[in-house]
Write a protein that binds this ligand. Structure first.
Ligand SMILES: [Zn+2]
Length: 195
């Protein structure tokens, strides 16, 4: 993770804006606490953050991560990135949070981008798909490739209001979710290619 003075200044402004009730003396501490919420993508396949099995979010922690979820959604929706999924360890937070755009196909324009907390695959089909090319924001130099994934999954997750949702996904949306859940378990799609 690179740290520049410009970055420190931005984080200071960010802290002032969001925590202006705190005395100035605490700003540097707050700045440090907020550091991880200024999204920078963790890269490199042996990065220890990307190899961490993330912890579930507890009920009393929910509100703490609302800002992070929003930033993650805006990050992947930003046309400069235009990505379909992002998991918290990719932005230096080892918690079971991810955002996924549930596309039916690559030209689907009516998809929803959903924040998922503590996602869990409840059921998965024996039938697999291996015709969807995968890439990863955290592996900018790795070749995009095809990974065998379950075609259909039944997924449980908690939404931003801490309400449990259970959905069934198929095809591309199912693959996107499986890729992001792998991140929460410290796994990367290239691991599956090496097997
Ligand atoms: Zn990825």
């Amino acid at each position: 993770m690179s740290i520049s003075w410009q970055n420190i200044f931005l984080k200071l402004l960010f802290s002032l804006e969001t925590h202006n009730k705190y005395p100035i003396i605490f700003i540097s501490i707050i700045c440090w606490k907020n550091w991880k919420y200024m999204l920078q993508i963790e890269i490199w396949k042996d990065n220890p953050i990307l190899r961490t099995v993330c912890e579930p979010i507890k009920q009393n922690e929910w509100k703490k991560y609302v800002k992070l979820w929003k930033e993650m959604v805006s990050y992947i929706k930003n046309p400069d990135h235009a990505w379909v999924g992002l998991a918290a360890p990719q932005v230096w937070v080892t918690k079971r949070i991810m955002v996924c755009s549930l596309l039916k196909s690559w030209d689907d324009e009516s998809f929803k981008t959903i924040m998922m907390i503590n996602p869990e695959i409840l059921e998965s089909s024996d039938e697999t798909l291996c015709d969807i090319e995968e890439g990863c924001l955290s592996l900018p130099k790795a070749k995009k490739w095809y990974v065998a994934r379950h075609k259909d999954i039944k997924l449980s997750y908690y939404d931003e209001k801490a309400k449990q949702q259970i959905i069934r996904l198929s095809g591309l949306a199912s693959v996107i979710v499986q890729h992001e859940i792998d991140h929460l378990n410290g796994e990367l799609y290239i691991d599956k290619l090496e097997k």
